[in-house]
Design a protein around this ligand. Structure first.
Ligand code: NAI
Length: 332
């Protein structure tokens, strides 16, 4: 007897199986981020790395019945963790305590990120690298400089994760407007710290807020991270909302690699937008494709107030970026 078996056809143009490595996977962000990545069906191989504790996190999330294998690695396993990775997500490093700016983390996190970037260049030179470790405005240029020195820099595959600013903007706008945050889409541009975070409210339905409300809202989006740092009272900064943001961004990168269309997220990337003014990295909407960034979007029409905010952001970004570049020059 002949039995016809129903078959599904899959596109052969792009893979649907990806290896993702999380560096710093035992941390406050790393653990929930690993959990959320375990739930992403495009991730078939999840490699969790940390100075300590990653095998435990891996054993734990590996029991979730999704179609991926999970492995945990201590320092001697960094090469194995990275080899074959399509996407590397880096939340390794120290978080803020009350009263600290993200820039105060530079001294500790710069060398952590530099060393992980070296390993990424050696063992996964084609991977997309998503940097969460702060200060993002400086750590992304650090990774770029390291990859350049190793001859593996692909500007289309290096991302500073600014998605948390986008999530906060949606949430905080909805609280002011009394709307559903799920439907609030706010483009946030610039960088990822304080005044470099510029939400483009004029491009939303909320362009006619009175000046006081608008300024308070923008300030909350720029400094929303401080609310969490203060509430945690010395125990760290945003971890759960950041994990959600990181998983969303890494998921978008994977969607792009898989050839899905119209995958657009803001990210802090090597950007042509203001290079002629000396700003080599800038966050704006980018379209994600099979080779990483396929289009860096223009900012679109800005209000006079937003023009001013973008200008101030650029001035700070130039210094933050230079600090990262100088660090690698002085501490190769
Ligand atoms: P955490 O201290 O809870 O975890 C950091 C983890 O990194 C620890 O498990 C630690 O062992 C590990 N680590 C340190 N050096 C390492 C190395 N060389 N290799 C591998 N792992 C290493 O910190 P948390 O809260 O997870 O924050 C991590 C970073 O993310 C901080 O720099 C923080 O400022 C940043 N962050 C970024 C955000 C963004 O929007 N981009 C938002 C919130 C935090």
């Amino acid at each position: 007897m002949f039995t016809k078996v129903a078959t599904r056809s899959f596109s052969s143009s792009a893979s649907s199986a990806y290896k993702v490595a999380v560096l710093g996977a035992n941390g406050g962000i790393g653990q929930p981020l690993s959990l959320l990545l375990k739930l992403n069906h495009k991730v078939t191989d999840l490699a969790l790395y940390d100075l300590r504790g990653a095998p435990g996190v891996a054993a734990d999330v590996s029991h979730i019945p999704t179609n991926s294998t999970v492995s945990g690695y201590d320092p001697e396993g960094l090469e194995q963790a990275l080899t074959g990775s399509d996407v590397i997500v880096i939340p390794a490093g120290v978080p803020r305590k009350p009263g600290m700016t993200r820039d105060d983390l530079f001294n500790t996190n710069a060398s952590i990120v530099r060393d992980l970037a070296k390993a990424a260049a050696d063992y996964a030179p084609n991977a997309a690298v998503c940097v969460i470790s702060n200060p993002v405005n400086s750590t992304v240029p650090i990774v770029a400089e390291v990859l350049k020195s190793k001859g593996t820099y692909n500007p289309k595959k290096l991302f500073g994760v600014t998605t948390l600013d986008v999530l906060r903007a949606s949430r905080f706008v909805s609280e002011v407007a009394g709307s559903n945050p799920v439907h609030e889409k706010v483009t946030v541009v610039g960088g990822h710290s304080g005044i470099t975070i510029v939400p483009l409210l004029s491009q939303t339905e909320h362009k006619s807020l009175d000046q006081e409300t608008r300024d308070a809202l923008i300030h909350r989006i720029q400094f929303g991270g401080d609310e969490v740092v203060q509430a945690k009272n010395g125990a760290g900064s945003a971890t759960l909302s950041m994990a959600q943001a990181g998983a969303r961004f890494a998921g978008a990168v994977l969607d792009g690699l898989a050839g899905e269309k119209d995958i657009v997220e803001p990210s802090f990337v090597d950007s042509p937008l203001f290079k002629d003014e000396g700003v080599d990295f800038f966050s704006s909407k980018v379209t994600l494709g099979q080779d990483g960034v396929s289009t860096v979007h223009q900012l679109g029409e800005l209000s006079d107030h937003e023009e001013k905010l973008v200008k101030e952001a650029k001035d700070t970004l130039i210094k933050n970026i230079q600090k990262g570049v100088d660090f690698v020059k002085q501490n190769p």
